[in-house]
Design a protein around this ligand. Sequence first.
Ligand SMILES: Nc1ncnc2c1ncn2[C@@H]1O[C@H](COP(=O)(O)OP(=O)(O)O)[C@@H](O)[C@H]1O
Ligand SMILES: [Mg+2]
Length: 256
Amino acid sequence: MSVVIKLGGSVITRKSEPFSTRSDVMSRLADEISEFLRGGGDHGVVLVHGGGSFGHSLVRECVEEIGYVNTQCFARVAFYMDFLNHLVTEALLASEIPAVRIPPRSICWGVGFGECDFSVVRRLMNSGVVPVLYGDVVLSGKEPKVLSGDDIVWYLTKSLSLRKVIFVTDVDGVYDKDPKLYKDARVLSNMRLSDALKEASFWEVPDVTGGMFSKLRKSLLLDVRDVTIYVVNGFIPNNLLNALKGKNVVGSVLWV
Ligand SMILES: Nc1ncnc2c1ncn2[C@@H]1O[C@H](COP(=O)(O)OP(=O)(O)O)[C@@H](O)[C@H]1O
Ligand SMILES: [Mg+2]
């Protein structure tokens, strides 16, 4: 079964420190993906990663100073996202994963669904290569816009008819309440996504691309169906591997 894995910016970078990565976490997650691939079976894997402290702070600066993403911002965000992608891909290669970068800005002509051509991604997956995409700046007509890694995940899922999505993030899953304020907050799991979204009353938005709520709701907006969604904590060793193997995880397992 083919799977899309989103490596959250909050896991592979330190969001509060500009341009700082968590290379140890990147390496361990790469090892887990590698172990899964080496376990055999006909698995296609496509990876998407977030911007974390490489993309978000630059975008915020641009939007706060001039109100939109101009060509200078476009070029700078593109450069730093490629740079972060280089480090992610390097970690994947070190774990012997045949990872190849696909910059979304070169296959998308807008930021909406249906405005990317994923045929090269499909061809790479069919030949056993692991394509790596990321949150990026994309020209929408003549205007530079931000296309979040989360949106790319759902566009890929829908376009390539994938059945499994794993969000590797910095929390233990989707909570019903803020766990920092409520001791009885619990992780919503083993239910339909629409029910989880109804039950949760807390949606803190940590950065420019929206956080957990927009991450998940987008699948409903796009009418994605027959997909199992894992939201797992990437700081816990083997959690991603267990999600890949369909075993128990620290996290949420949700269905659409
Ligand atoms: N109900 C919720 N359950 C869990 N996390 C939530 C919830 N609402 C908002 N969040 C926030 O979403 C964050 C994870 O989303 P995000 O920062 O976009 O992750 P990433 O970009 O690394 O995938 C958490 O750190 C938390 O602050
Ligand atoms: Mg995010």
